[in-house]
Structure formats: structure tokens, C-alpha cells
Design a protein around this ligand. Structure first.
Ligand code: ADP
Ligand code: MG
Length: 149
């Protein structure tokens, strides 16, 4: 069941992300979609803070992927320019999504990274502009068997 929340400030979007982050564990992948400025990076930053990442969390648009050290290793991918980077090695991208990491992927619709096991996508987040500082935040989280926790 998706949960839909309207936020009125970036901190509220970050707080929603922090709630989701508490349920994430290594190997999990979270897809974050929505138009430019909708708040994808704001969401990922909020999740990263909750995962213990202290440094800057910005959209890795020109590098495709960033790695952060939190309580667990975290990857942050932005596939927006994937099509422009024809020589990007898909194997490197697979490394960024290693099973030891929690990974967030902005612009997943541009191209799901090759070799990504769909089973690892535990949540899909979609953000929409609602005028001014208002954003609609839809979180679709896969239910997991209790034994897997
Ligand atoms: N309710 C809100 N939720 C998220 N971001 C918001 C909100 N209101 C205003 N903003 C602002 O919108 C911008 C979103 O930028 P960013 O998170 O980089 O978006 P994206 O990664 O989707 O392009 C930021 O400047 C943020 O401060
Ligand atoms: Mg972004």
C-alpha cells in the first residue's frame, strides 16, 4: 500500500525519508522519481542523515554515483545523464549497487542499472510539485516477511 503525504517544507520531506531509512538494511535499493526540483535529492539526503551520513549529499548528476559512509555503506545514483555517458561502464554501476550497500537511485526511469535484481528494490518513492513549497510524496514500500528482518 502506498503512503501519500503532502509536505510543505524540505525538512518534512527529509523526515519522511528518515522514517523509511530506519527500515532499510544492506542490499536494499530505493528508487526515487519525480521532476527536476521535486525533492528527490532532499529525500535521499534525509535518508542518508538517518543512516549516519554526515557530509554533503548532493545530486551526483555528472558522476552518476556517489558513495557515502554512514552506519552502513550508502550509494547515491542519479541516472539523469546516463544516456550522455555512453562510455560509462555498466559493471562499475553494478559495483555501486553492491549487496553490502544501501542504494538510492534518482531518475530510475532513465535506465534501470543492468544486473539489478528487482527483488532488491524495497521501496519506490515518487515526488510531485504541488505549488510553492508543497510536494506530494508517495512511498511504495514492499512488504517483507517478518523472518527476513
Ligand atoms: N516540501 C518540500 N520538499 C522537498 N523539497 C522542497 C520542499 N519545498 C521546497 N523544496 C526545495 O525544492 C528543492 C528540491 O531540490 P532537490 O531535492 O535537489 O530536487 P531533485 O533532486 O528532485 O531535482 C530544494 O531547493 C528544496 O529546498
Ligand atoms: Mg536530484
Amino acid at each position: 500500500m502506498p503512503t501519500t503525504t503532502e509536505t510543505t517544507e524540505p525538512e518534512a520531506t527529509a523526515a519522511l525519508a528518515a522514517q523509511l531509512a530506519r527500515r532499510l538494511r544492506p542490499g536494499d535499493v530505493v528508487l526515487v522519481s519525480g521532476e527536476l526540483g521535486a525533492g528527490k535529492t532532499t529525500f535521499v539526503r534525509g535518508a542518508c542523515r538517518a543512516l549516519g551520513v554526515a557530509g554533503a549529499v548532493t545530486s551526483p548528476t555528472f558522476t552518476i554515483a556517489r558513495r557515502y559512509d554512514g552506519h552502513v555503506p550508502v550509494s547515491h545514483l542519479d541516472l539523469y545523464r546516463l544516456g550522455d555517458l555512453a562510455d560509462e561502464d555498466p559493471a562499475l554501476l553494478a559495483d555501486e549497487l553492491g549487496p553490502d550497500r544501501i542504494s538510492f537511485v534518482e531518475w530510475p526511469e532513465v535506465g534501470a542499472p543492468a544486473g539489478l535484481d528487482p527483488e532488491r528494490v524495497v521501496a519506490q518513492v515518487h515526488l510531485e510539485h504541488r505549488g510553492g513549497d508543497r510536494r506530494l510524496v508517495v512511498v511504495r514500500e514492499r512488504t517483507r516477511p517478518p523472518t527476513a528482518r
